[in-house]
Design a protein around this ligand. Structure first.
Ligand SMILES: [Fe+2]
Length: 246
């Protein structure tokens, strides 16, 4: 299995805070049977977490060095979770964004919190990212009020050429009932191309484990589908390929 959304790089966002935290998260993933993992630190250009390639690379290298010292076998890749702010478009134009494993794939977070200090036409922003030659995978649509209010958004984004990543926690955790229901509805309707953890910690429920959800999806939709979502499509992201839809 491969995790393509998690916050492992320490001290750059609300995920891992120390090198120890980062290594512990990687150990959790490795023990869960993961072969590869992409760290996707928050990047909100012009607002906060101004994590471009240049900021993230030295921390990434420090973690890789420590992994070598500890003889860890899991393959670790760099990426980021890019909030589509007005400045994010400039950063993409300038090649500053840490795309997934330095490919054309960008994990895009759609502005969803009404308290954000900017306004942007999200559909226009997505079109611009695509026009710039990037490939878009939208992070956890099941969490966005826009999608709760208008389910048709998904079909529209798909028609533009976007793909969708659902959080394993949304599928597993019924306490956030609306997100949980929407996540499973998306699964049923084929609006899911990748399942990832969005892990921020090495302990608790929001950690780097996919084994549990893999077994549930395998049971419900079959081995091929579980593998498409947590092995094959994630590998296509790493290798700059084209994702397979259901
Ligand atoms: Fe995230």
């Amino acid at each position: 299995m491969i995790d393509t959304h998690c916050h492992i790089l320490f001290g750059v966002d609300d995920g891992a805070q120390t090198l120890y935290d980062s290594i512990e998260m990687l150990k959790v993933a490795q023990a869960d049977g993961m072969t590869n993992i992409i760290s996707t630190s928050h990047c909100v250009p012009g607002i906060k977490f101004e994590n471009d390639k240049e900021t993230l690379l030295p921390i990434y290298r420090e973690i890789v060095d420590e992994m070598k010292r500890q003889d860890m076998k899991i393959e670790f890749h760099l990426g980021s979770e890019l909030m589509l702010t007005p400045k994010a478009i400039e950063w993409l134009r300038d090649g500053r964004v840490a795309t997934l494993n330095d490919t054309k794939w960008v994990l895009c977070e759609i502005p969803w919190n009404k308290n954000l200090q900017f306004e942007i036409d999200e559909d226009q922003a997505i079109c611009t990212v695509l026009e710039l030659g990037y490939k878009v995978i939208i992070a956890h649509p099941e969490r966005y009020p826009q999608v709760h209010e208008n389910y048709g958004k998904l079909e529209y984004w798909k028609s533009l050429g976007c793909f969708f990543q659902i959080n394993s926690t949304s599928l597993l955790n019924p306490s956030r009932e609306a997100n949980h229901r929407l996540a499973w509805r998306m699964m049923e309707d084929g609006y899911c191309d990748v399942v990832a953890t969005d892990a921020h910690r090495h302990q608790g429920t929001r950690t780097n484990r996919l084994g549990g959800i893999y077994a549930i999806i395998q049971e419900k939709f079959g081995e091929m589908e579980a593998k498409r979502l947590m092995v094959d499509n994630p590998l296509r992201l790493i290798q700059d390929g084209v994702l397979e839809r259901r």
